[in-house]
Write a protein that binds this ligand. Sequence first.
Ligand code: AMP
Length: 632
Amino acid sequence: MTLGRQPSHQKKASTVMGSQRKCDGEYGPGTIESDDEIENYSGSGSDSEDEIKQRQKIGGVKDFFQDFDFVETVKDYHRDSWEDVLEYIKTPRERDVSARIARIRQEELKKEKVDSDSKGAESESPENLENTDEIFVPDPAKKDALKVRELDLKRKEKIKDRPIKDKRTKEQIQQDEENAKFFEDAPPVNYDITFLEMNLSRSLLKAIDSLGYETPTPIQAATIPVALQGRDICGCAATGTGKTAAFMLPILERLIYRPPDDAVTRVLVLLPTRELCVQVFQVTKDLSKYTNIDTALSVGGLDLRTQVARLKTMPDIVIATPGRLLDHLKNTPNFGIDGVEILVLDEADRLLDEHFEEQMKDIMNQCSAKRQTMLFSATMTDKVQKLALVSLKNPVKVFVDSNTDVARNLRQEFIRLRSQASREAVLAYLVTRTFSHHTMVFVPRKALCHRFVIMLGFLGIKAGELHANLKQTERLLSLQKFKEGENGVLIATDVAARGLDIKGVKTVINYTLPKTYARYVHRVGRTARAGHGGRSITLAADNEYSMLREIKKCSKSALFERVIDKDILDAYTMKLVKVEPLIKKVFEEEQEEKKLRMMEEAVNKMEKKLKDTGGKEKKLREIGAKMNLKTN
Ligand code: AMP
């Protein structure tokens, strides 16, 4: 088989892509040869030669792009979409707290050894140093004394059976009915449809196959056929349901058939946060890897020059946050969105939450009026409905699963805390003892993220942090380290982690209960995604029981209580008492370094200023000398 990759800047379409997808069977060029074998994608069968010839005739293009570049190695062929993101990260810097922890840990162990030697204890070889310290040895308790029992199921069943009262006023009901008329119901959905039956191009089928998607998820089954017809869509789907591919596959399918001519940005995807943009960018890169479709990012925090250079080429797809996009529209020459024919407003509820409303209106006005618009939101709030009314035309409503419920294959556990003080010990116990890999921990404050990275580091666990105080590149690197398993644990705040798709999260630990049930659903929704199993463990003290009751009330599946043995907990409390001075030491060193850095920066600034004024004075002297010459 020939391996090939189309260089991202080589392409282009001239005339505007029709807003309606051309009739089924009208295919353009893929980057795979017609007789290429595609293994193991959903369904079977292949395009007949006649069909392929017919498509080539209609598309009026040759089998292969003339300027197609062949890759040299299989590694190039399997290029990871993370490498595409790295292009935007020019100066990857990271707080390397792990080196500091390792050094302090080593110093402590040496100190302990000296102490024990001076007390006449048996000397031990340096390699066995670790075993001498109580902090770093495994738990004293050999057996896991966990009891897991189901919580008040009977009571819950009763609540579930109670009829739900409609609390809406008459006016609200009338308004809701009016709004409902605006949307067209989706045609009956065939949930058994395969990707092959969706008439997607071979290049996309091959990408789908390489990502391991066997069958479409419900949102994909419902959305893709409708979106391929060019219809506007208003979709409500829980995070982790495969929503990105649901809108991106039909987009890519339509872009494959764009007439090859000049450069136009035809697709714009708006999202509320940089991380979500990077995530959608990576999925897009993965799905389009066998096509010549060009995708670029326009977000804050990433290398500006790279973005400007990429946007100038008018990439087919731009994935952006509203603010940064407007900046680029003002300041980047050659870049415009008047050719945008497909607009996606993803995570619309959050776009509205984060005060992007005016900016979105501005952007929508600049896109072609004939565009296809797809709006997706986890929750259909009044604000989202209003946005749908102004941005969509005869939209089809695709509501697969509301985001008000936890995944069915999620096992929800709770730990009742005896006291607030035991919270850290419980977390240390859970993470070091059992959940040291693929675990996300949600904490209420940014400062706690860093504290726990250090605390767990001293307990031998590699953890990373994700919160708004980190630079964008630091956040991306932290996410990547967790995704790749280099860090087993990711400690995050809500804001930083909402909506992110982080593959393979097995456990979510809620260090404290979130304030709302919706937020709880978002947090635990980081695991048990796309049909996989997962576990959430929530720590709850007395003052959080009302929220716990709310979760019990709303939850459709069984809830379990995890009971930790008191002796084990006491042992972990002792460990943390010993770790505390070491955490303090790390903080102090970091503060010192920060001060030094700031002084260095101040000195550099001063030097620059002096240099500048020196230069100016020299210039003034030269001008003065010239003027003197002239008057003389
Ligand atoms: P999303 O809702 O787009 O964030 O996707 C959630 C996860 O589901 C991602 O990790 C996707 O790779 C995965 N996914 C999307 N579509 C499929 C599919 N058809 N089969 C299996 N996994 C999928």
